[in-house]
Write a protein that binds this ligand. Structure first.
Ligand code: 3HC
Ligand code: NAI
Length: 709
């Protein structure tokens, strides 16, 4: 079956791209062949004087090259050829002697945007699903079908680098401001406007566009000295952001540079060469796996397929208007547009919570993600109270009160009394098993955990935690609701700490122990950020709050015994009134809430003397293996349903380096026996807490792995 259909409107050929049997349009090898043949026909057809390219899919224009084809590439030469052929196809659009108009509705990404860039005119719909971007770096690649060449020429160097080096997408309004599209229209008139534009171009010739980038571009984009400055700055920013672990943005920067300084032919050659190198590299392989795992999770409701249907959530109630409650409320209103009621113990706290939830919307308004009328409408969905008034109408209640079992049980009982029998109840506890919270519940089948991460509006993960009594309907409802909030959702087992805090705990404990041994705070953090974490473990403790971390550590110790034994670092820090960033005193010093270097007084407080010659390799070995070992133990207890969930949870929940693929991929890459023998050595040196988990010893014996490939 054909991917393209053509219909003549006067002298304008409207080409509709609708890849049969696929949810999105993608540029597969077969599509390229068909499209090139079509271009020749259009060129030679005397009745066609202009072309409009439009998508037949509901929410995608073109999602880019077919990422699945990348996984089959085995050599650099093959990958180079794939990119070269993409460049050729796109160039044929640009050089077609008839104007081509791209009529863009929905995702226009990667190769899809590169194709649109080669068209002579671009019109996008103002719909939120319309997103234009070059996300290739997020797959460890660079735009390999001419995007590194055409985008800077169209929107200016700085704007192009901003998109290419981060992979972020832009909505139509911003794309128009950048000069990336020529017109923005409502969806209902997209085709009509595109045909009119094609007729105009047919009559008047191609549009002349002033170079993009505004006044500063005169120097920064259009003089060699200005551009050198931009390249230097961009490189420094990339290195700061990626720690040098991700080769793609640097290669993309170099490709853009070669193209602008030495001409488009040299740029295209550099582009397909670099694409070839990256596509068969390990980082890209890992990031592509992460892409497919994330995509698969979008369809995984955590229950046996078809065993229950999600309930519609029209009204949400949140108990506890503190840090997390407000974040949950603001994100739910902003992303799901659901009527949301906040409850706290007194009105002052309710007011504070409503303020913090509204701040999430204000931030979106300021960043022009929403319009003023949208802001007003969303804000009106938020309300608050110091009583359970209105809870009778709630479909879902999320509890985010203090981390105390007795309090959580009491709140659950109060909510059950104030709500209808069908209301689902979710606790946002970070460590307490849900079955303990639900022990006295009247309707345990409606109770589960929804563990968000802070800050809620930014962190992409949600753990949903059913108990053995939770109904499948409640699970699927929570999963779908979390997804609508914009989260990647994993369904995890009801064990203390669930998945993410479980694997984090021994890692943070070990880091605390190191400080009591006198290992320099900054060296510990620097070692782990060099390994790829966004923040080091000690800085993370300060961020989380030492009181919160202490409470979590106690719960974990009680549940898992000496393996999770904490040193006395947190006790002593708390006794000295140090809570971390929130009170400006933690392992680090803070000035105006900004980190101002490690606090050397901490060593005295912990009775330690700073070690002069601590070895980063030894630090890394201890910390990484503490986490890997716990990951194996938790997997063996079925805390996660699959290695995929475990790795995605670690990457999105704690920023485990994505280029390593997650802790379970790391174990596969190293080999279970190597991990086990490193743990044996650590056990000899530091004690029993490093004893390899029985499941790891078993994997080591049998040569077991988590993934087949
Ligand atoms: N290649 C292969 N498969 C793709 C794909 C792509 N570019 N884009 C989406 N898909 C598949 C998904 O894997 C999923 O498959 P499945 O149904 O078999 O599991 C299906 O399409 C639907 O995707 P989603 O569930 O993600 O649908 P959404 O509506 O939520 O999102 C989307 C749509 C925004 C297009 C999102 O899928 C996306 O971000 N896709 C990737 C975009 C991308 O990274 N493009 C760059 C590709 S690299 C490139 O173009 C190189 C070039 O420079 C040479
Ligand atoms: P917080 O201290 O900021 O907020 C708790 C709120 O609950 C306070 O406003 C308090 O007044 C309110 N509260 C207490 N008793 C109440 C009652 N009976 N009725 C109504 N409200 C009541 O705490 P935070 O950080 O928001 O944590 C809340 C929950 O979220 C805890 O269970 C915590 O473990 C969990 N969590 C916290 C994360 C974090 O990073 N802070 C991350 C993930 C989960």
């Amino acid at each position: 079956m054909s991917a393209f259909t053509t219909e003549l409107h006067g002298q304008v050929a409207v080409v509709t791209f609708d890849l049969p049997g696929e949810p999105v349009n993608k540029l597969t090898a077969a599509v390229k062949v068909e499209f090139e043949a079509l271009l020749i026909r259009l060129r030679d057809d005397a009745d066609t004087r202009a072309v409009v390219l439009v998508s037949g899919k509901p929410n995608t224009f073109i999602a880019g090259a077919d990422i699945e084809e990348f996984t089959a590439l085995t050599t650099q030469a093959e990958a180079e050829r794939l990119s070269f052929e993409g460049q050729e196809m796109v160039s044929r659009v640009e050089t077609l002697p008839k104007p081509v108009v791209a009529a863009i509705h929905g995702a226009c990404l990667g190769g899809g945007l590169e194709l649109a860039l080669a068209c002579h005119y671009r019109i996008a719909t103002d719909h939120p699903k319309t997103q234009l971007g070059l996300p290739e770096v997020q797959l460890g690649l660079l735009p390999g079908a001419g995007g590194c060449q055409r985008l800077p020429r169209l929107v200016g160097l700085r704007a192009a680098l901003d998109m290419i080096l981060t992979g972020k997408s832009e909505r139509a309004a911003k794309a128009l401001r950048l000069g990336l599209v020529d017109e923005v229209v409502p969806r209902s008139i997209l085709l009509r406007t595109a045909i009119a534009a094609a007729e105009r171009l047919m009559r008047n010739g191609l549009p002349r566009r002033p170079p993009g980038g505004g006044l500063p571009a005169l120097f920064l984009d259009r003089t060699p000295a200005g551009r050198q400055l931009v390249y230097r700055r961009a490189k420094a920013q990339v290195l700061a952001r990626t720690g040098g672990h991700y080769p793609a943005p640097l290669a993309a920067l170099e490709t853009v540079r070669v193209g602008l300084e030495h001409g488009i032919t040299a740029g295209l050659a550099e582009e397909h060469h670099a694409f070839g190198q990256l596509a068969v590299g390990d980082v890209s392989r890992k990031l592509v796996q992460v892409f497919f795992a994330t995509t698969a999770l979008k369809k995984d409701d955590g229950i046996e397929a078809g065993s229950a249907s999600p309930r519609q959530i029209r009204r949400l109630a949140v108990v506890g208007a503190g840090f997390m409650g407000a974040g949950i409320a603001g994100t739910a209103v902003g992303n799901v547009e659901v009527d949301t009621r906040l409850k706290d113990a007194d009105l002052a706290r309710v007011g504070k919570g409503l303020g913090a939830a509204t701040a999430i919307l204000t931030n979106r308004l300021e960043r022009r993600r929403i319009t003023r009328p949208e802001y007003e409408r969303l804000g009106a969905l938020l309300s608050g109270s110091d009583a359970y008034a209105g809870f009778g109408r709630a479909d879902l209640v999320i509890e985010a009160v203090f981390e105390e079992l007795a309090l959580k049980r009491k709140v659950l009982a109060e909510v059950e009394a104030a709500t209808r029998p069908g209301t689902i109840y979710a606790s946002n506890t970070s460590t307490i098993p849900i079955h303990q919270i639900a022990a006295e519940a009247q309707r345990p089948e409606q109770v589960l955990g929804m563990h968000f991460f802070s800050p809620v509006e930014k962190m992409p993960l949600l753990e949903v935690i059913p108990t053995s009594a939770t109904a499948p309907e409640a699970i699927v409802t929570a999963v779908r609701f979390g997804r609508r909030m914009g989260k990647t959702v994993i369904v995890v087992g009801d064990r203390p700490g669930f998945w993410v805090n479980r694997i984090l705990s021994p890692y943070l404990n070990e880091a605390g122990l190191m400080v009591t041994e006198g290992v320099p705070i900054e060296l510990i953090d620097r070692t782990m950020t060099a390994w790829g974490f966004p923040v080091g473990p000690i800085a993370l403790l300060d961020e989380v709050g030492l009181d919160v971390a202490h409470k979590a550590a106690e719960t974990m110790h009680a549940a898992y015994g000496d393996r999770m034994k904490t040193g006395n670092a947190l006790d002593r820090m708390l006794a000295a009134g140090r809570l971390g960033r929130k009170n400006g005193r933690g392992f680090y010093r803070y000035r105006d809430r900004h980190k101002a270097g490690p606090d050397n007084a901490v060593y005295g407080l912990l009775g330690a003397r700073q070690v002069e010659d601590a070895n980063p390799d030894a630090i890394e070995r201890r910390l990484v293996h503490a986490m890997l070992n716990e990951a194996v133990a938790a997997c063996a207890e079925s805390v996660v349903r699959s290695a995929r969930d475990g790795d995605i949870g670690a990457i999105y929940g704690i920023g485990f380096p994505a280029f390593r693929g997650g802790p379970l991929r790391v174990i596969d890459d190293l080999g279970a026996s190597r991990v086990a023998s490193a743990l044996h050595e650590l056990e000899d040196q530091y004690g029993e807490r490093f004893r390899p988990a029985p499941a790891l010893a078993e994997m080591a014996r049998q040569g077991g792995r988590y993934y087949a490939t």
